[in-house]
Write a protein that binds this ligand. Structure first.
Ligand code: ZN
Length: 188
C-alpha cells in the first residue's frame, strides 16, 4: 500500500487533523476513494467532483484535489450514498467510486462501521482506522459514468436586486424578497 495520493499514513492523518479537526474514519475512506478515482482518470485533464454524501467526503475531495465547494468544482449531491465521482469538465466522462459491501468481509470493524452495525461506544476506533488502511483501495468499486451537459453547465444566478426587507443584495430569481426574508433564515 502506497498511502493516499502520495501521502504516507502519518502524513495523511496530520493533514486530516489540520483540515477536518480530527482524522475521521470517513475522511480516510474518502482519501482512498479520491486516490482510486484520480488513478482511473486520464492524466492532465481538468476535472470537477461530486460527493454523494455531506459527511466527510466533501472534505476528502477538498483536501486532496483543487475542487472545492467555494470554487464550484465540487458539488455535493446528497443522495446519501458513500460515493464520489470525478469527471472531465468538458466531455463529462467520469469515474465514480463507491463502497462494495460484499468486499468488506475481511475487515469486520470497517464493515460494522460503514453499515452502522455497532453503536459508537461499541466501536474500536483504533482497529477501525487500522482496517481502513489495511483494506486500502480494495473495498471500493470503480464505475465509468457520464454527466449530462445540463448538470455541467454553469447556471447563472441572473440579475441582483435589493431586498425590500433586509436591504441586502440577493438574486432576483428568488422572488420579491430574499430567501432569508421569505422564512428561510437560520437565525432567531
Ligand atoms: Zn431580505
Amino acid at each position: 500500500m502506497d498511502g493516499i495520493c502520495g501521502h504516507s499514513r502519518d502524513e495523511f492523518l496530520e493533514m486530516a487533523r489540520r483540515f477536518h479537526g480530527y482524522p475521521a474514519p470517513g475522511l480516510i475512506v474518502g482519501g482512498f476513494m479520491v486516490d482510486l478515482a484520480l488513478g482511473a482518470l486520464p492524466k492532465g485533464i481538468l476535472f470537477d467532483a461530486i460527493a454523494e454524501s455531506t459527511a466527510c467526503l466533501p472534505d476528502a475531495i477538498q483536501m486532496l484535489t483543487p475542487c472545492t465547494a467555494g470554487n464550484g468544482w465540487l458539488k455535493v449531491v446528497d443522495v446519501g450514498r458513500f460515493a464520489i465521482c470525478l469527471y472531465d469538465k468538458h466531455g463529462g466522462e467520469g469515474v465514480r467510486v463507491f463502497v462494495e459491501p460484499s468486499r468488506l468481509e475481511p475487515w469486520p470493524e470497517m464493515r460494522a462501521w460503514l453499515l452502522k452495525l455497532k453503536t459508537k461506544s461499541e466501536q474500536d476506533e483504533r482497529t477501525l482506522v487500522d482496517q481502513i488502511f489495511d483494506a486500502g483501495s480494495r473495498p471500493y468499486g470503480v464505475q465509468r459514468v457520464r454527466l449530462p451537459e445540463a448538470f455541467r453547465k454553469k447556471r447563472s444566478k441572473g440579475p441582483i436586486a435589493l431586498c425590500p426587507s433586509c436591504k441586502e443584495p440577493y438574486p432576483q430569481l428568488a422572488g420579491a424578497a430574499c430567501k432569508a426574508c421569505q422564512g428561510e433564515s437560520p437565525y432567531d
